[in-house]
Design a protein around this ligand. Structure first.
Ligand code: AMP
Length: 285
C-alpha cells in the first residue's frame, strides 16, 4: 500500500504517471465510512490510478473545538482502503505540508452560493473548502474527482472551482449512502451518544415527509411540522430546513420555479453535533 506524506515524494510518483492514463482523486477528511468507500469504488471503476487524500483541513472549520474533536483513526482508514484494493494510493499530508506556516484561506467569489445554508451558519467555511480543493487539484491534476451528494452545496462550490481554474477536470457526484435508519453516513456520527442515535432517523424521515407532502403543504407549514417533530427529541435542535433550487441554491418559490429541481436542505444539531442532509423533492433521485 502506498501512503505518501510529503509533497516531494508525491511529486516524484506523479511525475512518473503516464498522462494518457486516467487519474481519479477522492478527497476526504478521513474517518473512512461506507460513504467514502462508495466514492472510492466509483473511482476504481473509471480510473487507472486512484488516489485518496486524507486531510482534516483546518481552514474550513470556523469553530476550533469542532476541528479539535473531529474524529481521526488513520491506521483504521488505511486498513479499510487497503482491503478494497491494495493498489489505491493514499496522500496523508500534515497541515504544514499543505499550508506551510501560513494557515490562510483564499477569498473566492462563489456568486453568493457560499452565503446561504452551511455558508451562512459557518462563515468562511467554503473559502476553506475552495482553498484545499484548489491546492489538491493543482498537485494531482486529476482527470476525475469524486464528491458526495450528501454535501450538495459543496459540490456546487467545487464545480465553481473547476469552472474557474480546472476546465479539464470532471467531477463525479456519488449518491448519499445511509445507515439502515436513514441517517446519512458521516464521520461525525461517531460522536453521537447511544441515546441520540435512538431517535436519529427523524432527520431523514423529515426529508421524506417533505418529499411525500411536497404538493400538500406550503414550505412554511412543512417547516413548522418538521421543527416540532425534530425538537420533540431532547438535545435535538433544527438549525435550518429550507427548500432551494438545486442548480442555483436560490430559495424555491412554487409559482416561479415550477420547472426547477427543488431540493430540501436540513441541518440538525444533536447534542452539539451538526448533521446535514438533503433530498431532491420533485424529481426522482
Ligand atoms: P468528508 O471526509 O466528510 O470531507 O467527505 C469526503 C467526501 O465523501 C465528500 O465528497 C463527501 O460528500 C463524501 N461523503 C461523505 N459522507 C457521504 C455519504 N454518506 N454518502 C456519500 N458520500 C459521502
Amino acid at each position: 500500500m502506498t501512503v505518501i506524506k510529503k509533497l516531494d515524494d508525491l511529486d516524484i510518483i506523479l511525475s512518473k504517471f503516464q498522462r494518457k492514463k486516467i487519474l481519479g482523486l477522492v478527497p476526504t477528511m478521513g474517518s473512512i465510512h461506507r460513504g467514502h468507500i462508495s466514492l472510492i469504488k466509483t473511482a476504481l471503476k473509471v480510473s487507472d490510478e486512484v488516489w485518496v487524500s486524507i486531510f482534516v483541513n483546518p481552514t474550513q472549520f470556523n469553530d476550533v473545538n469542532d476541528y479539535k474533536k473531529y474524529p481521526k483513526d488513520v491506521q483504521k482508514d488505511i486498513n479499510q482502503i487497503e482491503s478494497l484494493a491494495p493498489n489505491i494510493k493514499i496522500f496523508l499530508p500534515s497541515v504544514y505540508e499543505m499550508y506551510g506556516s501560513n494557515i490562510d484561506k483564499i477569498s473566492f467569489n462563489f456568486d453568493g452560493i457560499d452565503k446561504v445554508l452551511e455558508g451562512l451558519k459557518r462563515p468562511g467555511h467554503f473559502d476553506g473548502v475552495g482553498t484545499i480543493v484548489k491546492k489538491l487539484f493543482e498537485i494531482f491534476n486529476p482527470n476525475f474527482v469524486f464528491f458526495g451528494e450528501k454535501d450538495f452545496q459543496q459540490t456546487i462550490i467545487v464545480q465553481k472551482i473547476i469552472d474557474a481554474y480546472f476546465k479539464n477536470i470532471k467531477m463525479i457526484i456519488c449518491p448519499t449512502i445511509r445507515a439502515e435508519n436513514g441517517l446519512a453516513l458521516s464521520s461525525r456520527n461517531s460522536l453521537l451518544s447511544k441515546k441520540a442515535n435512538k431517535n436519529i432517523s427523524i432527520i431523514y424521515d423529515s426529508l421524506l415527509f417533505a418529499k411525500q407532502n411536497f404538493y400538500k403543504f406550503s414550505v412554511k407549514e412543512m417547516g413548522k411540522i418538521i421543527k416540532v417533530n425534530i425538537e420533540k427529541n431532547p438535545g435535538f435542535f433544527l438549525e435550518y430546513f429550507e427548500l432551494r433550487c438545486s442548480k442555483t441554491l436560490k430559495t424555491y418559490k412554487r409559482g416561479n420555479n415550477q420547472n426547477s429541481q427543488c431540493r430540501a436542505f436540513i441541518c440538525v444539531t444533536v447534542d452539539g453535533v451538526r448533521l446535514i442532509d438533503n433530498l431532491l423533492l420533485n424529481h426522482e433521485n
